[in-house]
Design a binder for this molecule. Sequence first.
Ligand code: BES
Ligand code: ZN
Length: 634
Amino acid sequence: MTNIINAYKYFFALLVLLSCINCKSVDEQVSEIAQSGKHKDPHTYSNFNSIVLNHLDLDLSIDFEHKILMGSATWTTDKLDKKDDKIILDTYKLNIDSILLDNGKKALYHLDKHDDILGSALTIKIEHNTNKFTVYYRTHPTATALQWLSAQQTFDKKHPFLYTQGESIYTRSWIPCQDAPAVRFTYNATIKTPRELMAVMSASNMQEKNKDGVYHFEMKQKIPAYLVALAVGDLQFKPLTDKMGVYAEPSQIHKCVAELADLNTMMHAAEQLYGPYAWDRYDVLFLPSGFPFGGMENPRLTFATPTILTGDKSLVNLIAHELAHSWSGNLVTNATWNDFWLNESFTVYFERRIMEAVEGKEFAAMLWDIGLQDLNNSLKKYKDNNQLPLTKLKLDLTNQDPDLGLTDFAYEKGAAMLLLIEQTIGRPALDTFIQQYFEQKKFTSVFTDDFDKFISKNLFNKYPDLRTQIKFDEWIYEEGLPSVSPVIDNIRFKEVENFANDLWINNNIDAQATKLWSTFEWLHFIRYIQQKIKDKSFLATLDQKFNLSNTTNAEIATQWYVLAIKMEYDNVLEPMKLFLKETGRMKFLEPIYEALYTQNSNYQKLSKELFQQYKMNYHPLAQKSVAQILNVSL
Ligand code: BES
Ligand code: ZN
């Protein structure tokens, strides 16, 4: 211990001395490195422009009692700029125990001051021939990437559960790393778990529990840090095909398998569209309901919310979405979080092409329609809140939280632009271009500027008017939405509107038609009648007819609760409370808490009470987001 302290003091003194010579603080030097060269990434401290760490060996034990991961990360580099005498890694609240170089010597290191968004830079002094080093460390119990669930917070209520969420910059809270999406590496891992649990990662996975609780993983393809993922729990595996399967808690597994019956068709459609699947296996892990996202495209192993288990397969577009990321995102990756739209907009477009192949054109049209409605609603909100810069595709999030870029613009605006290109030049021409883009850029990271050059060279050259015709520069570089937009012919929503109009006139109308509705028709129905309803008695009529307050479909429930809150229709309060207790997905929590908070003072009081009561069930990110909505501190 004294050794470490001495080493630390010595190194710090050296840094101070050096910075005096340069008349620059360590901070300034660090930020200069991150900002220099071709790769500007405002969300990493790492000096990845001069040193790229291209392989990780991870060795971690899991301590559920103290909510700590403990062990080591060994990094290898094969390309070392001999001028460099230090490596800078990203960390977030990590406890560093020691660092060893490959020559067996202890390295001097310095952990810089903590920034709430970026964490702290870990500067490690290396020698001229260092190409491997090991960081021994422990995570903090409040690590932002980790959700520790008690047995009570799982479906089966028997064992605790842990999972990680790396995107965007959370991996640094459980692995010291170059946490920049432009850096790719392969990894091996050894994870030691309590014996009754099973560990799975975004890598090669076991399909059965190991008796000794020790699991080994290998990820042979290079991936960025945000795609390293781990989950540990009482898991069971069921195959869907010889290359695909499902992991879930035992009580859920059959339901999950049934919901994913079309996965093979999706995979086939995806490969037909944009080339062979590059990651060997594709499995889906269903998490407990506290998972803050719908899905996360961890390579080889998508993490998914159980809220898509509706029993009628009507929300599996979420799986199509995560599968599509195996090309857009995981193969061709946004170079920084300012280029996040490259990941999500291509994926949304691709997702809807897969869904069209599986469910038909009319189904895909509903997805496009809902997406464009969301986009327009978001635009109004961002305008009202003076946040128009966030409506651009190419962002500048310097000194800001990268998750501010997680908007409908990153998803729907770029997807709409791609659909407009499709409608302007025809599908075959766009498909050829996208195939070429994935093929040429695979296993690399792309800046928006690179994409601009690529599309200029490979598409606009063939269609010289296209750039101005579709107003490409407005889509990418300007706020709001351009005057040209794609056209969507959505028969099924027209039918919903006709039904709603008839119902409006004649309450006794036969509700048979709704028996065939998917989730999206219901969503549109609720959105549509919302414009007409003047008092809550009509909500009671609807509720009697369709039992909406008791729906088990989380999408429909959220839409209905929000409308009911606005109309102060109190019959929803009990099922809504249960929903808020059991669901951790931010997409649902945020609008419900917001509606409660803004509607009236009673609901506002209730919203704060419910949050106090249930927040322990939510992921740290969801807690933070709801706390902001309710104007309370955590
Ligand atoms: N990659 C995202 C999730 C994400 C984005 C996590 C940014 C953290 C930071 C994932 O692919 C996604 O988009 N999920 C959506 C699915 C939906 C669009 C079908 C979700 O979680 O709702
Ligand atoms: Zn996505």
